[in-house]
Design a protein around this ligand. Structure first.
Ligand SMILES: C[S@@+](CC[C@H](N)C(=O)[O-])C[C@H]1O[C@@H](n2cnc3c(N)ncnc32)[C@H](O)[C@@H]1O
Length: 466
C-alpha cells in the first residue's frame, strides 16, 4: 500500500490574469532550478518529475489540484521523491501562501480533493486548452479574497530603524494584489518654495481638521522656514507619468523607497486616485516598498535620493558586494541605453528589426536585474514592441505584444487602470492604433495568423523573429 504525501491547491487557481501570472513565474523558477536535473523533464504541457510516482506540474495553473506521490517504499527512497515534494511545496508557498495545503498520510492527514477529481485534473494536463482570446481580466479574477472579506488590513504601520515609519506586510501578498488605494489629501502644481508655502497654507485652511492633521503628520526632510512646502516636497507623488502636479496621501506617503521595490504606485486618472499594487511576492513581515528614483547606476540613484529625500539608500541592490553591484550597474546602464535607442522614431522607421531585437534584449536584461519581476518596465517594453510591429502592419505580433503589455499593467495598476484598458483595446484591435502601417506595410499580417500549438520556446522565437 504505502503512504502518500504532497500538497493541494485550495482553492484552485482561476484562469485570471493574476493567478496565471503567478503560476507562470512559479513554473519558470522551478524550470530554472531543475534545468540540469535529468530527473526533471519539460514535457509540452507540464513538468514531469521522474521520481516516486512521477508527479507533474501543468503549465496551465487552473488545472492543478495536487502534487503528490507515495513517499514510502524503495522506489520513493531511491528516486528521492520526498525531497522534490518538499522543495516544490516550499516554493509554491512563497507564491500561493495559505492556498498550499500540505498533507502526509504518515502524519494521518489527507488531501482536500478526492482522487477521482485529482485523476481527472491530471488527465487534463495532456491537452492544452485553446489559447484564450484576451477579454477583460475582471471576468477571470475570482472575487474571493479571504483577507479582504475579513476586513483585516494587509499591512501595518511601524517604525523602521533608520527610515522613520514604513508599512509592513501582515500576510504573504501575491503580485497583482491591490495593497492600497487613496484619494489625495490635496494636489498642487510646481512653483517656487515661498509661493508654494502660501498656496498650501490656503489649501490646508480649507480642509477639515482630520485632513489637516494627516498632512501635518507627514515627514518633512528639510524642516525650517517653509514647513508646508518641504513636507509636500518630501511626500508628493506625481499625478501621472511626468505630470508636474503632485499629490499627498495619508498612508501611501508612509511607503519607503527601494531600488528593487516590491510594489508599484500609479495615479489612476479616471478614478482620480493613487493605487499601490504588489509587483513581486511579498512575505509576511517584509516591508512594502516603491521606487522613488528614475533608474540608472547606484551612484546616480544615491545622489538623487540624497538631494531630494535626504537619505542614503541601503536596499538589497545598494548593499551588494562591489563586484555584484558593478554587474547590477552595468545592467541598469544597459537598460537606460536600450530604452533610449528603442524610443527613436527614426530607427522605428528605418531599422524596425533592430528595435525589436533591442526590445528582446531589454526584456532579458530586466529579467536578470529584477529577478523575473520587472513589472511596469515590462509593460513599457511590450508596448514599444507593439508600436514597432503595428507601424509596419504586423497585427499578429502587435496583438500579442499589446496583450502582454496589458497583463503586466494589470498586475501593477489593476485592470481598471486607463493604460491597462488601452492596452487591452489594442490587443483586441491592433489596427485601431493611430500609427497602423504608419511606417510601412512590409510586415503585414492579420490577427488570424497568430500560430497555434507551438511550445513556449517556438512561440517566443516566432514572436521576436527579425
Ligand atoms: C514619503 S516619506 C516615507 C515615510 C517616512 N519614512 C515617514 O516616516 O513618514 C519619505 C522619507 O522617508 C525616508 N525614507 C524613505 N525610504 C527610505 C530608505 N530606503 N532608507 C531610509 N530612509 C528612507 C526618507 O526620510 C524620505 O525622505
Amino acid at each position: 500500500m504505502g503512504a502518500d504525501a504532497g500538497f493541494d491547491m485550495v482553492p484552485r487557481l482561476s484562469k485570471g490574469v493574476v493567478d496565471r501570472h503567478n503560476w507562470k513565474t512559479f513554473i519558470e523558477l522551478l524550470q530554472e532550478k531543475y534545468k540540469d536535473d535529468p530527473k526533471v523533464e519539460n514535457k509540452p504541457n507540464y513538468i514531469l518529475f521522474k521520481a516516486g510516482e512521477y508527479p507533474m506540474l501543468p503549465f496551465e495553473g487552473h488545472k492543478f489540484l495536487r502534487f503528490s506521490s507515495k513517499v514510502t517504499g524503495s522506489n520513493a527512497e531511491v528516486t528521492g521523491v520526498t525531497s522534490y515534494i518538499k522543495t516544490v511545496k516550499r516554493v509554491a508557498m512563497v507564491y500561493f501562501g495559505s492556498r498550499i495545503h500540505y498533507w502526509s498520510e504518515l502524519a494521518d492527514n489527507y488531501g482536500v480533493y478526492d482522487w477521482k477529481e485529482v485523476n481527472e485534473s491530471l488527465r487534463s494536463y495532456e491537452q492544452r486548452d485553446e489559447p484564450e482570446i484576451p477579454t477583460t481580466i475582471a471576468a477571470f479574477i475570482s472575487g474571493n479574497d479571504p483577507i479582504k472579506e475579513l476586513g483585516i488590513p494587509i499591512f501595518e504601520t511601524k517604525d523602521i530603524p533608520g527610515k522613520g515609519r514604513g508599512l509592513i506586510a501582515r500576510f504573504n501578498i501575491s503580485p497583482g494584489t491591490r495593497i492600497l488605494c487613496e484619494k489625495p489629501i490635496f494636489t498642487s502644481g510646481p512653483m517656487p518654495i515661498p509661493q508654494l508655502q502660501v498656496t498650501l497654507a490656503a489649501k490646508l485652511k480649507a480642509l477639515p481638521k482630520a485632513a489637516q492633521r494627516q498632512f501635518l503628520s507627514l515627514h518633512n526632510n528639510f524642516p525650517g522656514k517653509y514647513p508646508f512646502s518641504y513636507t509636500f516636497k518630501t511626500n508628493a507623488l506625481p499625478c501621472g507619468p511626468d505630470s508636474p502636479v503632485g499629490g499627498v496621501y495619508p498612508t501611501i506617503c508612509l511607503i519607503n523607497h527601494s531600488c528593487i521595490p516590491n510594489s508599484h504606485n500609479n495615479w489612476n486618472s479616471d478614478a482620480k486616485h493613487e493605487t499601490i499594487y504588489a509587483t513581486r511576492p511579498i512575505k509576511a513581515g517584509e516591508e512594502i516598498t516603491i521606487s522613488y528614483d528614475r533608474g540608472g547606476p547606484a551612484n546616480e540613484r544615491r545622489a538623487t535620493l540624497k538631494s531630494s529625500f535626504g537619505f542614503e539608500c541601503d536596499c538589497r541592490i545598494c548593499s551588494l558586494a562591489p563586484s555584484e553591484l558593478q554587474a547590477s550597474d552595468a545592467r541598469r546602464v544597459q537598460i537606460q541605453s536600450l530604452d533610449d535607442a528603442i524610443g527613436s522614431s527614426v530607427r522605428m522607421q528605418s531599422k524596425p528589426k533592430d528595435v525589436l531585437g533591442d526590445c528582446h534584449l531589454l526584456l532579458q536584461t530586466l529579467k536578470d536585474e529584477y529577478d523575473g519581476y520587472a513589472g511596469i518596465h515590462n509593460a513599457r517594453v511590450y508596448y514599444d514592441a507593439f508600436q514597432v510591429s503595428i507601424a509596419h502592419g504586423d497585427q499578429a505580433r502587435a496583438s500579442i505584444f499589446a496583450d502582454r503589455a496589458y497583463k503586466a499593467r494589470a498586475v501593477c495598476e489593476g485592470e481598471d487602470s486607463p493604460e491597462a484598458k488601452r492596452m487591452h483595446g489594442f490587443a483586441q484591435k491592433p489596427a485601431s492604433h493611430r500609427n497602423f502601417q504608419g511606417c510601412s506595410s512590409k510586415w503585414k499580417t492579420t490577427r488570424g495568423m497568430i500560430p497555434k500549438g507551438l511550445d513556449t520556446e517556438a512561440f517566443e522565437k516566432w514572436l521576436f523573429r527579425v
